[in-house]
Design a protein around this ligand. Structure first.
Ligand code: G4P
Length: 291
């Protein structure tokens, strides 16, 4: 993929440094780290530093937005994390699907040792504290709201805890530490930025909308041709460029401007919106074996 057109992205290194410091400063207060990833882009939406920043704390990966990701791919990613010794689960924090297994998995698997130790010391009821991390838009607030439900309450400030973070108390002796700040993935590889722009995790202005949609269509034609057939009645041919595909979509949708030309900008906006909202089907942008 030629990504030379991608504009430089401002990753706010100051914010990143502050977030790193916050994670490090608070990691000793929690029993485990919950890392939310986008199931459509598990690698691109993750930060490779997380493991070192969280200092060997037990970790659970939540592949969120599984409702719009390819189910087979999500299972392949779960296997990928399991092989690395990390527990991973598919969840949909919008509907709440998969979340009822979350706390049992934390207690019986991720924190098994700790729970056994506590039991042996007669402390089974002690609070479990979890740090929640993830890039913006990945669904952290949706997750916390789902878990806390209507009972969501802020926990009072504790000594040693900076004011900028927030503890959320659940009913069952569990507290979530909602980490503020931003920790973007590494962007040496520009296809990471591209995938995050496809899902809308970062602003589309890293590329013009039409170029972004053309690149997405090209990917879909190669990997999910049926999605184009079903949604737009577009038969992708091997020689089709992104522009040809975008024009085909525009033509099928009757998006014309005066003079019989196709309104490729409108078509691009439609493709991106429909992809992001799952109308093109369940699609994953990166597979473990390809990465
Ligand atoms: P953040 O705190 O990590 O920044 O993310 P937040 O929960 O605000 O979620 C960002 C967007 O992702 C929201 O959409 C939210 O509804 C959506 N989302 C969260 N979890 C899921 C999921 O499992 N599946 C799907 N399909 N979407 C999810 P939005 O358009 O910004 O808001 P809204 O219109 O849905 O309220």
């Amino acid at each position: 993929m030629d990504n030379s057109e991608i504009k430089n992205i401002q990753w706010f290194p100051g914010h990143m440094a502050k977030t790193r410091r916050l994670i490090k400063a608070n990691i000793s207060l929690v029993d485990a780290v919950v890392e939310l990833l986008d199931a459509r882009t598990p690698l691109s939406s993750g930060n490779p530093e997380m493991e070192s920043l969280t200092g060997g704390k037990p970790r659970i990966v939540l592949l969120n937005k599984c409702d719009v990701a390819d189910e087979k791919a999500t299972q392949a990613w779960i296997n990928y994390y399991n092989k690395k010794g990390v527990t991973a689960m598919a969840v949909d924090c919008k509907s709440g699907k998969g979340l009822k297994n979350f706390l049992p998995t934390v207690k019986n698997k991720v924190l098994k040792e700790l729970m056994e130790k506590r039991k042996a010391h007669g402390m089974s009821g002690a609070t479990i504290r979890l740090m929640i991390v993830g890039i913006p838009n990945v669904g952290k607030s949706s997750f916390i709201n789902r878990m806390a439900g209507a009972k969501r309450t802020k926990v009072e400030d504790r000594p040693g805890v900076t004011r900028t973070k927030q503890w959320v108390k659940l009913e069952n002796g569990v507290e979530l530490l909602d980490m503020p700040g931003v920790l973007w993935p590494k962007f040496e590889d520009q296809s990471v930025a591209l995938r995050l722009a496809f899902t809308g995790a970062i602003n589309d202005d890293i590329l013009d909308t039409e170029t972004l949609a053309m690149k997405l269509l090209y990917f879909l034609a190669e990997n999910y041709p049926d999605s184009l057939k079903e949604r737009y009645k577009v038969e992708a041919q091997p020689e089709d460029t992104g522009l040809v595909l975008l024009e085909k979509v525009g033509r099928k949708r009757g998006m014309m401007i005066s003079g019989g030309e196709i309104d490729t900008e409108r078509a691009a906006i439609t493709v991106l919106d429909e992809f992001r909202s799952g109308k093109l089907g369940k699609i994953t942008l990166e597979m473990p074996e390809r990465e």
